[in-house]
Design a protein around this ligand. Structure first.
Ligand code: ADP
Length: 172
């Protein structure tokens, strides 16, 4: 895996022209606040119409739709765990979000994918712990296949981007 296969970007994930952006959705897949609301607003009403056909999504799993008015071709909707202190399988569920989103991208022949910081907003997962899980899962996946070539971690805040850059550098 080349080092440039993973990049940290500070900004709005809805602006990225990639094969897929990942949505930190809730189990209904019918929209919400945070990054979910931003993605639905930018994609337009057709995204919600397609989401209504999916019958929701369990925590840790992922489902794919078109991107509609987004610059991204697809949206991969995944449901992160709500943080309850770490004793309720939160780590493994969050790892599943990354793994299952990447698997879907691979199955659809997608080369580039952008993740937000899943579960670290309204769902309160501690940022450094979530970031460590995200980086470990993405690295393991990139080492094991050749379809997905580029992964962006998109952080809304400069502080979050700093944490991602630090943890990525530590793991090189
Ligand atoms: P969750 O419910 O999984 O915690 P949130 O949407 O509340 O999801 O927060 C996840 C992360 O997404 C937070 O770091 C939040 O700041 C960030 N975020 C919110 N809007 C955007 C956006 N437009 N682009 C990228 N990241 C965003």
């Amino acid at each position: 895996m080349s080092n440039s296969a993973i990049e940290v970007v500070q900004g709005d994930i809805t602006k990225l022209r990639v094969d897929a952006i990942v949505n930190a959705a809730n189990t209904s897949l019918l929209g919400g606040g945070g990054v979910d609301g931003a993605i639905h607003r930018a994609a337009g009403p057709q995204l919600l119409e397609e989401c209504k056909t999916l019958n929701g999504c369990p925590t840790g799993q992922a489902k794919i739709t078109q991107g509609y008015e987004l610059p991204a071709r697809h949206v991969i909707h995944t449901v992160g765990p709500v943080w309850h202190g770490g004793g309720q399988g939160e780590d493994e569920l969050l790892a599943g979000c990354y793994r299952n989103s990447l698997r879907l991208a691979q199955e659809h022949g997608l080369e580039s994918i952008a993740f937000p910081s899943i579960s670290t907003g309204a769902y309160r997962f501690p940022l450094e712990r979530a970031c460590g899980i995200a980086v470990a899962e993405v690295k393991r996946f990139l080492d094991a296949q050749e379809t997905v070539k580029k992964v962006f971690f998109v952080c809304f805040s400069a502080g979050d981007a700093e944490v991602y850059r630090k943890i990525l550098a530590e793991e090189q």
